[in-house]
Design a protein around this ligand. Structure first.
Ligand SMILES: NC(=O)c1ccc[n+]([C@@H]2O[C@H](COP(=O)([O-])OP(=O)(O)OC[C@H]3O[C@@H](n4cnc5c(N)ncnc54)[C@H](O)[C@@H]3O)[C@@H](O)[C@H]2O)c1
Length: 260
C-alpha cells in the first residue's frame, strides 16, 4: 500500500533513540522529510547520518515551551510546513509509588504530559492554516490499564490519550487528526539507544537478564516483545491520508497484551 508520505514534513520528538529512532527512519524510508527534535543532539545526529538526505535534527527540550516554539519556527522556516507531528519523547522510572522520589514523578509528567501539550500547541496553528495535518502520539498500555510500578507515568500517558481525543474534537473541522499508538514492551537495542534514553539508566537493569525478559514476554499472547518497526508501521499508517477517516483513536501495538 502506498501511504503517500513522500515529500511530507514530519517532526518526531524523541526521535534519537529506540522507538522514535525507528519511527524517524521508517518515515525516511517512505521518502518523507524528517526532523528529529530531541534533547540528545549527538545521538540524533547519529540517526540522521543513516539517512542524510531525508533526516535532519534539531535540539529541543519538549518540556520547555520556548524551546519547542523555537524548534517549530525553525522547521517551518526550513521546510515551509509541518504535515505530521509524532509526539514520542517520554520518560519513566520503574518504581513503586510509595518509594518514588518526587523529582522522578515531576520528570515523568514534564516530558510526557507537558511535552505533548507544548508540541501539539506549537504545531497546530500552521496545520490549521493549511487545513491539513496529523498528530500521532506515543502513549503506552500503562495509560490504558495502569501499570504496576508506573503509577504517575500511567496517569500522564492516560492524559495524552484523553487530550488527543479532546483536541481531535476541536480541530477535526480543520482537517487535522490526532491518534495515539500504545506500544507494549519494546526493549532497546544498544546501538539504537541514546545517552538520554530512559533505558540508559536504572531501567535497563530491569531487563538485564534474559530470564526477566522471557518472564515479561509470557504476559504477551503473541509471546514476543515488540520492536520499533512494529510501532512505526502503525504510526506511519495513522499519520498518512490512508487513515483520513480515523481520529481520536487509541491503538495498542503490543502482541495482544491489552485488549480493549
Ligand atoms: N520502550 C517501551 O517498552 C515503551 C513502551 C510503552 C511506551 N513507550 C513510550 O514510547 C516512547 C519512546 O520510548 P523509548 O523506549 O524509545 O524511549 P527512549 O528513552 O529510548 O527514547 C526517548 C527519547 O526521548 C528523548 N527525550 C527525553 N526527554 C526529552 C525532552 N525533555 N525533550 C526532548 N527529547 C527528550 C531522549 O533523548 C530519547 O532520545 C516514550 O514516550 C515511551 O514512554 C515505550
Amino acid at each position: 500500500m502506498d501511504l503517500g508520505l513522500a515529500g511530507l514534513t514530519v517532526v518526531v520528538t524523541g526521535g534519537a533513540s529506540n522507538i522514535g529512532r525507528g519511527i524517524a527512519l521508517a518515515f525516511a524510508g517512505e521518502s518523507a522529510n524528517v526532523w528529529i527534535a530531541d534533547r540528545d543532539e549527538a545521538q540524533a545526529r547519529r540517526v540522521a547520518e543513516l539517512s542524510p538526505e531525508r533526516v535532519r535534527c534539531i535540539g529541543c527540550d519538549v518540556t520547555d515551551p520556548a524551546s519547542v516554539e523555537g524548534m517549530t519556527r525553525a522547521v517551518l522556516e526550513g521546510a515551509g510546513r509541518i504535515d505530521v507531528l509524532v509526539n514520542c519523547a517520554g520518560w519513566v522510572m520503574d518504581r513503586l509509588f510509595l518509594e518514588k522520589p518526587r523529582d522522578e514523578w515531576e520528570r515523568e509528567v514534564d516530558v510526557t504530559l507537558w511535552g505533548f501539550v507544548n508540541c501539539t500547541r506549537a504545531v497546530l496553528p500552521s496545520m490549521i492554516e493549511r487545513a491539513h495535518g496529523s498528530i500521532v502520539s506515543i502513549g503506552s498500555d500503562a495509560g490504558r490499564i495502569g501499570e504496576y510500578r508506573e503509577a504517575v507515568y500511567s496517569g500522564a500517558k492516560a492524559a495524552v490519550i484523553a487530550m488527543s481525543k479532546a483536541i481531535a474534537r476541536e480541530v477535526g473541522r480543520h482537517g487535522i487528526r490526532l491518534n495515539v499508538v500504545c506500544p507494549g514492551l519494546v526493549p532497546p537495542q544498544p546501538e539504537a539507544t541514546g545517552r538520554e534514553s530512559m533505558w540508559s539508566g536504572e531501567l535497563a537493569g530491569v531487563l538485564a537478564s534474559g530470564e526477566a525478559l522471557a518472564k515479561a514476554v509470557r504476559a504477551y499472547p503473541l509471546r514476543r516483545s515488540g520492536t520499533a518497526q512494529d510501532v512505526a508501521d502503525a504510526v506511519l499508517f495513522l499519520a498518512s491520508d490512508r487513515a483520513s477517516y480515523i481520529t481520536g483513536q487509541t491503538l495498542s501495538v503490543d502482541g495482544g497484551y491489552v485488549m480493549v
